[in-house]
Each structure stands twice: as C-alpha cells, then as structure tokens.
Design a protein around this ligand. Structure first.
Ligand code: SF4
Length: 510
C-alpha cells in the first residue's frame, strides 16, 4: 500500500520516468559529467553533448590527461565555460587524490572544484544510494507547492526549511531514484507556471493544489535586469588569417574570441581601435548587429570586418588560418562573428591548378586528399583496400588524373590546403571533391561546386557521382541543381557501398 510521498512518487517514476542518455548508470563519472552539463542547460540539449563528451573522454583518466583547450572545445555551444574548466580541474584532483575512484562520501565529493551541494547530492544518491536530496529548481518548486511554502525561496532560512522537508521525505532506499523522480515530476508535471495537477501522483497531499495557488509558487523575488554592454567585434583579417584573443577575464575565461572594443560604434572609431592595436586597416566594413544574453550581462555587438595590410606579429593576440580557427574553443556569444569570419576566409579561398606549369608539388594536396578519403571510406573496404590508400598512392591518383588531361585543383585558404577537386572538361564532370575533416560544414564544398559550375560547360549536361554514405555531398549537389539520374549502383556488396550518378541539365541557370 502506498503510505507516504516517496512510495507514491517512486511508483509513478517506475512507470513515467524519462529515458535519458545519461540515465540507468551507477558510474559516478558519467553521473558527475551529466549533472555538470545539466546545470543551466536544457535536458534535451545535453544528450548529444554528453554522448560526444563521453566518446572523447570516456573516463576520469582521459579527462584529467586532456588539454584544457580540448575540454573547452568539446564544451563549445553549452555555455557557462567555467563548468568545463572546473570539470577538468576536478578530474585531475580525482586522479591525483583518489586514484580516479570517486568516494561514496558526500563531503569529499563536495570538495571537488565546481561541485556544489546539488551536484554532490546527485552523485552521492544516484551512484551510491546515499540519502541526500539534490535541491535544484525542480525539487524546490515541487516541495514549496507540496508544503505550501509561500516565502521567497532565495532567502537562506527558507532554503534551509525546504532542505529539511526534503531530508524528512527522503526514503532510506532508492535515494537516487527519489531525486530523479522529483526532477522528472518537476520537468513534466509540476512544471513552472501552471502545473498539470491532474496527472500528479502527489495531488492528494499537495497544499498548493488544495489552496489553488500552485501557479504562484515558488515565490521568487524579481531578479535584477542584466546590464547591457555595447561593443564592436573586430574581424581583423590578413592573407587568409584572422586575429583572435584568448580571454583572461572571468567571463568566458580561456575561450578564444575576436578582438572586442567597447564604445566603438562608427567607422572612424573602429579604425582608431584597430590602429591602437598597432595595425593599419585597409577598410572598415560593418557586417551586422547581434546580441548575446548572459545571466548578468547582455553583449550588444556590431560585427565589423577590418582587413589589414600586414600581420603584425607583435600585436596582442594570435593569427589563425581556417583549420586552426576551427579547432579553437569559441563561445556561442560570438557565433555570428565566427560565421562571418569563416565567410571572409572562404572569400579568399584559392583554387590552385596543380597541373599548370607553375606547380609540381602535389604532396600537401595528396595528404589532404588521403585524410579526407580515410574519414569517409576507412570502414568501407577490406583492411588491405584501406591500407593501400596511402598519401603516396593518392598522389599517384592525382597525377594520373593530370596525365589524362583532367584539371587537379588544390583548395587553399591562406597557406593551408583544405581540400582537393578534379574536373574533367571533356566529360563535363566533377570527378573528385574532398574537403579536409577539420574544416567540413563551413561551406568549402559549396564554394568548390560553384567554382566547378563556372569552369564546366553550362550549355551541356554536367555530371557528378556521389557516394551514398556521404549524404551531405548528395544534398550539396542537389542544392546546386544536380538531379539523380540513375538508381543507386552497388560498388561493394560486403561493405554495402553504393553510389549515385547525378546530372545538372544543360542550360540550368540557377
Ligand atoms: S498537485 Fe500540482 S502543484 Fe502539487 S505537486 Fe502535484 S503537480 Fe505540483
């Protein structure tokens, strides 16, 4: 028989608890990572980040041994980057002091950097079944409604009162399930605003339901509005490189951003700001306005492109080419600026024809070809087949295309090779197009296809063949006007490799 709150709640949880990628484990490392991610981030958002993070850092030893920059990169898009920095420090501490074994001890867990009362309680209860309520926003809301707490829940004495109530209700067994059940109830039934009391297993014992004021609880004092800061984001570019700075300020510490200048709103002020950095701007072009809302601050940003003549190496900051920039941890706050920076760098992309008289060095391009080929095809053939595809073999393939009269292009941004393309003018065909793994999804393929369209003969049908296991390539060609003309062709039965032939009809004007 259901006697108390915990019985009712756990029964409900067994039927209605959420299935989440980070649930169903007793591994304290996985629970800790997920709980840190869940602070200030929506549960739906965390799933993919959690899987990717665990793939990269499968245990506390891998995380402790990583470079902070790589941890921040994996955190990119989650925001609140101090969480990632603390996670990294805490992993090092866990390895150093506990040999990587998390203790079944709330107080010791609390000593980890970035682990507060909530996180320590979540790990202690879920991993070790210790009776510690994890008082997050969900638990605060549910308990304040259940027990009719109508004082401001930010006041320390009210917080203590709620924690005491939660302590009393906590069962001696299934402590982790009890916390997770409350989290789920708060997320799906006892939601902020108007709760769905008809579906609530605790309706019969709920004060706020009886009093009819659940939507007014919990009581929270109005928060201070975030302060607006106006600034210019300077995209300072030179010869395929862009200037970036590593932040030393507490906000977004150790993340890379483009130079920021406050009180800089017009062309002249932007020019002066760039000059102050020891650089000579060729131009200052305003690109767009954007904003990012932090908890206590709003960055109201104007994005400016400032090409400069010379890369002054003594300037504060560092110059990066496109692949280098792609590898940096860059916060979402400057996401729009990052997109513009990529666009600017791609505008300077060069298509260097290797079989023209001036070039004979195929090696960097063959290497880029090999890296991209491996990424796409390493699981699509026998080990022998994959082993044969060395950079030297790829160079032979490219030279073979050149000797057959095809045009072999090295795709270059600044001083970096970012891909390879082979065009056959006689057959009016794109024979090969590969983009390096570290700069994919940046529009390089699309730029290359545009280049191909302008070099092939638009008065005849154009041809290309795409591998079915690279759906993004198929999408890209279709967007450029190519249509599928034949059924898929099976290339390798054992490894299930198929390809699709596409044609862009003669005279397509898009
Ligand atoms: S009855 Fe309504 S207000 Fe009370 S705990 Fe359940 S959902 Fe929340």
């Amino acid at each position: 028989m259901e006697k108390n709150m915990a019985d009712r709640l756990l029964k409900w949880y067994d039927r209605h608890g959420r299935t989440l990628p980070f649930r169903g484990t007793k591994d304290p490392y996985r629970i800790w990572v997920s709980e840190i991610m869940l602070q200030q981030t929506r549960t739906e958002t965390v799933g993919v980040f959690f899987m990717n993070f665990l793939e990269r850092f499968p245990d506390v030893f891998a995380l402790a041994a990583a470079r902070e920059q790589d941890v921040l990169k994996m955190w990119e898009g989650l925001g609140y980057y101090s969480r990632a920095r603390n996670l990294h420090k805490a992993a090092q501490m866990a390895v150093r002091e506990w040999n990587g074994v998390f203790p079944a001890d709330y107080e010791k867990l609390l000593s980890l950097p970035g682990v507060g009362e909530y996180t320590a309680a979540a790990i202690a209860s879920i991993a070790f079944d210790l009776p510690h309520p994890a008082m997050d926003g969900n638990l605060t809301r549910v308990f304040s409604r259940l027990h009719g707490i109508r004082d401001d829940v930010a006041i320390p004495s009210v917080k203590r009162k709620l924690a005491d109530i939660a302590d009393r209700e906590m069962p001696r067994q299934r402590c982790g399930d009890f916390n997770q059940a409350l989290m789920d109830l708060g997320a799906t039934v006892c939601t902020p605003g108007t709760p769905d009391c008809d579906r609530c297993p605790l309706k019969g014992m709920c004060n706020a339901y009886r009093e009819g004021d659940a939507d007014m609880l919990p009581v929270k004092a109005a928060q201070k509005a975030p302060k607006r800061v106006d600034m210019a984001v300077l995209l300072i570019s030179c010869k395929g490189h862009i200037l970036m700075k590593k932040r030393t300020e507490a906000l977004l510490k150790n993340m890379w951003v483009y130079p920021l200048a406050e009180d800089t709103e017009n062309k002249e002020q932007v020019k002066q700001a760039v000059k102050k950095m020891g650089l000579e701007p060729v131009d200052t072009i305003k690109l767009c306005d954007t904003r990012h809302v932090f908890t206590h601050r709003i960055w109201q940003m104007q994005i400016w492109h400032c090409p400069v003549r010379l890369e002054n190496k003594t300037v504060a900051g560092q110059w990066f080419n496109l692949p280098e920039m792609a590898a940096l941890p860059i916060p979402t706050a400057v996401k729009a600026a990052r997109q513009e920076a990529v666009r600017i760098m791609l505008e300077e992309m060069q298509f260097v024809r290797l079989n023209s008289k001036r070039f004979s060095n195929y090696q960097p391009t063959a290497y880029a070809y090999w890296e991209s080929w491996m990424q796409v095809n390493k699981d699509k053939g026998s080990p022998q087949f994959v082993k044969e595809h060395t950079p030297t073999y790829m160079e032979m393939v490219l030279r073979g295309h050149a000797s057959a009269g095809r045009d072999v292009y090295s795709l270059q941004v600044g001083d970096k090779v970012v891909g390879v393309m082979v065009l056959d003018e006689a057959a009016n065909e794109i024979c090969t197009l590969y983009v390096q793994p570290d700069v994919q999804k940046m529009g390089i393929g699309t730029r290359a296809v545009q280049f191909a369209l302008s070099h092939l003969d638009g008065t005849r049908d154009m041809h290309v063949t795409a591998l079915d296991h690279v759906p993004q390539a198929l999408r890209m060609y279709k967007k450029a006007g190519f249509v599928q003309v034949k059924d898929h062709r099976l290339l390798n039965k054992t490894y299930n490799v198929w390809e699709t032939a596409l044609v862009r009809p003669a005279g397509d004007k898009r």
